[in-house]
Write a protein that binds this ligand. Structure first.
Ligand code: DGT
Ligand code: CA
Ligand code: CA
Ligand code: ZN
Length: 589
């Protein structure tokens, strides 16, 4: 049981209690509990197991006991009983875009809807539209939401699979028969979503490893169980494939199973041109190569391949980082020695898009500053929501001015520690492209992140014009989550990205990679174009808690996938250079 799993159970209880019509205090207690567990700065699972939760603010006796039961038994009787009162598919409904608890209650109580399939039926047959507060338009929107979800069924975001990967690698590496273990496939290539997880081990006698793999806790179904190849479906719905090879085949196998397919095809073609055939076990001489050459070169080259770099060297290529293996020019660049030196997590010196308790964050300004210092950063930008974002408790002018003052004061204290706080704002871009604060106030800030948070349904031309107008404001330092997408949940709104990139270059506006694993926006596929035009990137976690700061990890992976170097990413700059960079656009006119 992990902290995330415990938190999910509490959140699900809150949802089910809400469906039952329980009072809001009780519902809120579970939601608060879920947040506390999720953001707890320590090992809350061990604490719960040891019955040491007393004194944690917001966790009452009842919740403490439930967490103890979960941590020690992996189960919760109260939750199981509660779930049994509802149809099995009820929780799926919470994942449909545009469907909140109130609507789910209405659908459940009045139309007996208990799954996505039921929901689809009542939206199609007109029954949903007749419910109070629904209407034709809502039913249509729900159908679109269902269709989007179904088109991404069996996909998972990075944050959903990262903990599984860590656990699985730990388990495999610990096995006495395993000499090497790696994750391969789309996860290793840092795709924003993956279909399944692929693991590779080097093992002399793989049978015991395969047995342990198919028998591990959390396996719901064994899809395949062979001597060198097995496949399981986990309770979480994630499929994991495991391959075992001999140690001297490991390097070639890792290249093969990391993919992508398209990258592999180019490598294999290159091998053929050199008289070798390449498969998952290594290079062997192609059929038809003259026996004299065979004798001279030896039958197989596999035993000379110890690491992936050896495989690439064999093909006269520089080593290609896994993130780049999508056949978008990486092989040509590896041949000519022009691959970029990709940005690394340790290059970051700070970041800019972060929220505090002043708007919808969970940590105070001071807590966020301390966490940034703990991460070894030189600076942290605070960008709480602006007044139009009412649901997110956006700051009005008065509260923002007060926050600026607070930040300036805190800076005096943190100067000794070597951390600088920048006063910013995540300012809403209004419908016409104007901003939520006037230029006077924006000018008092150290920087501004401008974002679209509503009216996603404008035409592409209008949405593009709206965003470009915002970028034309000299106070707008950077553009937040450019397309508004939520991976697997909500598609990007219609917007002309090349036009946005062009305007960013012309106005000197930085574009963010929103590193929240739900967003990873701007998408990695656009960054080569952006960098060619001279656009700079800021890797921003959009943190709503101290733990959220660590989402920069996902952002760095996506930046690497977009071929970005440390020079392309502004928040790799040391403090003094960063201060200059924040002023550049404003001083252009
Ligand atoms: P996904 O769909 O997110 O699981 O993406 P991948 O890339 O992880 O795809 P997967 O799991 O089907 O296969 C893992 C790797 O194995 C893939 O990236 C390349 C390699 N591979 C699998 N099937 C083939 C194939 O038919 N031809 C070649 N050249 N490579 C393959
Ligand atoms: Ca895969
Ligand atoms: Ca696979
Ligand atoms: Zn935002």
């Amino acid at each position: 049981m992990t902290a995330d799993q415990m938190s999910e159970v509490l959140r699900n209880i809150a949802r089910l209690l809400e469906l039952k019509g329980e009072n809001t205090f009780k519902v809120r207690a579970y939601n608060t509990g879920a947040e506390i567990v999720e953001n707890f700065p320590g090992d809350i699972v061990s604490k719960a197991a040891a019955n040491e939760l007393e004194g944690i603010k917001g966790l009452g006796d009842a919740l403490q006991q439930k967490l103890h039961e979960l941590a020690t038994t992996g189960k919760l009787e109260f939750y199981d009983k509660l779930k049994a009162e509802f149809p099995e598919g009820i929780m799926e409904l919470f994942d449909v875009q545009g469907l909140g608890p109130k609507k789910i209650v209405a659908l459940h109580q009045q139309l007996g809807v208990g799954s996505i399939a039921d929901l689809k039926r009542v939206c199609e047959n007109g029954a949903a539209a007749k419910l109070p507060g629904f209407g034709e338009k809502t039913a249509q929107k729900l159908l679109e939401g269902i269709a989007f979800r179904q088109s991404h069924a069996h996909e998972f975001r990075q944050d959903q699979v990262a903990p599984i990967v860590a656990q699985m690698l730990a388990m495999l590496k610990e096995h006495p028969d395993v000499s090497r273990a790696e994750v391969a496939g789309s996860y290793r290539r840092a795709k924003e979503t993956v279909h399944d997880l692929d693991f590779l081990v080097a093992a002399k006698t793989p049978a015991a490893v395969m047995n342990e793999f198919v028998g591990m806790p959390g396996v719901k179904q064994v899809l395949g169980h062979g001597e060198t190849k097995s496949s399981v479906l986990l309770e979480s719905g994630v499929q994991c494939d495991l391959r075992a090879v001999k140690n001297d085949e490991f390097a070639a196998a890792l290249v093969y199973f990391t993919g992508s397919k398209e990258h592999n095809i180019v490598l294999r073609q290159r091998a053929l041109e050199r008289g070798w055939s390449l498969n998952e076990y290594g290079f062997t001489l192609s059929e038809g190569v003259a026996p004299s050459i065979k004798k001279q070169r030896g039958q197989a080259a596999s035993d000379t391949l110890n690491e992936e770099a050896d495989v690439y060297r064999f093909l006269d290529l520089d080593f290609i980082e896994p993130e780049l293996r999508e056949n978008t020019g990486e092989v040509a660049a590896a041949e000519s020695g022009t691959l970029p030196k990709l940005v690394e997590l340790s290059n970051l010196r700070g970041c800019f898009h972060n929220h505090t308790t002043a708007s919808d964050g969970k940590a105070t300004l001071r807590e966020m500053a301390e966490a940034a210092h703990e991460l070894g950063w030189q600076y942290l930008g605070i960008a709480d929501h602006s007044q139009s974002s009412v649901i997110a408790n956006g700051l009005d002018e008065k509260r923002l001015r007060a926050q600026i003052k607070e930040i300036r004061q805190l800076n005096e204290e943190f100067a000794d520690k070597g951390l600088r706080l920048f006063a910013g704002s995540e300012v809403d871009i209004l419908k016409d492209g104007s901003l939520d604060f006037d230029d006077g106030l924006l000018g008092e800030l150290d920087y501004v992140v401008a974002s679209v948070h509503n009216i996603f349904t404008l035409s592409e031309a209008e949405q593009t014009k709206r965003i470009i107008r915002a970028m034309e404001n000299p106070h707008v330092t950077m553009l937040g989550h450019v397309t508004g997408r939520l991976l697997l949940e909500r598609p990007a709104y219609a917007v002309n990205i090349p036009a946005i990139i062009k305007a960013a270059a012309e106005t000197g506006t930085i574009i963010e990679i929103n590193a929240n694993p739900w967003r990873l926006d701007l998408d990695w596929r656009w960054w080569k174009v952006a960098v060619e035009k001279g656009v700079k990137c800021s890797i921003n976690p959009d943190a709503h808690s101290t733990r959220g700061l660590q989402d920069v990890y996902y952002g760095v992976r996506i930046a690497r996938k977009g071929w970005l170097t440390k020079r392309d990413v502004v928040n790799c700059l040391p403090l003094v250079k960063m201060e200059e960079a924040l002023r550049t656009k404003r001083e252009r006119r």
